[in-house]
Design a protein around this ligand. Sequence first.
Ligand SMILES: [Zn+2]
Length: 297
Amino acid sequence: MKAALVGADGTLLHEARRATGRERGPDAVVETILAFAAELHAYGVEHFGTGAVAAGVAVPGIVDATNGIAIYAANLGWRDVPMRALLAERLGGLPVALGHDVRTGGLAEGRIGAGRGADRFLFVPLGTGIAGAIGIAGTIEAGAHGYAGEIGHIVVRPDGPDCGCGQRGCLETLASASAVTRAWAAASGDPDADAADCAKAVESGDPAAVRVWRNAVDALAAGLVTALTLLDPRTLIIGGGLAEAGETLFTPLRAAVEERVTFQKLPHIVPAALGDTAGCLGAGLLAWDLLSTEVSA
Ligand SMILES: [Zn+2]
């Protein structure tokens, strides 16, 4: 997990990382988060003369941001953790905001990253899975139940591979970094080959790699066109491991999206700018937002 002290203008003042400790179970992960936050608070006092004035934390899975509860995360094993209350208690009563990792990363990309200045954007990180954050006028739409933006589970091939969500042919099973890794490991016969290796093979003109890449790009374009038909974003920010392939991804992706749209307006399709610190910076923005809300309220 990543943590940072973030200035009022979104500047990263200090950054730290540590293992989640998830092999020791969900309670250990929660304790790691609480202790990590308390240490950072103390670091601020020691190095900047003052501790944090508010805290933000972003977690994966299903999040009830309104009530500050981390509801469920498959990879961490927790259920209904009152994260905001626990953290506020550990930090001596500081205001605490809780957010969803991808939506929080999207908030940072929208305000201080690749979507800076865009009134409406969609942030889609292509990693182990695929998620999305819908940016509207400086905030991120969470949906009525906290599920908005789950573009990875748009079905793009109804007869496609089984997905962990229970459907078949979800975008995530075809175009995530993990999906490309699986497809390229099978096609190349090298069980250790991954999506980055596939991108390199595409660049050197390997026809098998080009086929694997093309399949992923086509599926991705189909999913993105569904999303932009629905949302009409001004900017489409693509992040995550697969976006590190740069123009090897973006050139064919822009072409495939353009090929599919008819009446829809094309958004600017750009790479994410903040890398894996997006969630961290976004959590900082959530914390600052909390203070400005309190002042104005
Ligand atoms: Zn799915």
